[in-house]
Unconditional design. Structure first.
Length: 107
């Protein structure tokens, strides 16, 4: 799953970490995921839409034992206001090269 989550004006007042955690909680509920424990395993600097951001890579398992990976960005300015990029999927089918190409293609 790849999506851009628009940041509402009230959420724009949150700090970077709390904003990322808020997006993760909302998406977990929307996806119907049960208990998922994720650990931050890496931080990467990236240029997305011409803006320098940090990407936070999380890994863990859901309540069925499926290994999961997520990438969550810092907020960046989108066409309609600030957004956060969210990429998630099972580690078994994760294709980092394809994700890297996608990130580079965002203009």
């Amino acid at each position: 799953m790849i999506l851009f989550a628009r940041i509402t004006p009230e959420n724009s007042k949150l700090g970077k970490e709390e904003l990322r955690l808020q997006v993760q909680r909302i998406l977990k509920r929307a996806m119907g995921k049960g208990d998922v424990h994720l650990d931050l395993v890496e931080q990467q600097d990236a240029i997305i839409h011409g803006q320098a951001v940090t990407l936070y890579v999380y890994e863990g398992k859901d309540d069925r034992g499926v290994e999961t990976r997520q990438i969550v960005s810092d907020a960046l300015e989108g066409k309609s206001g600030p957004v956060i990029l969210f990429i998630a999927g099972p580690v078994q089918v994760w294709n980092q090269a394809e994700i890297d190409r996608f990130l580079q293609s965002i203009r």
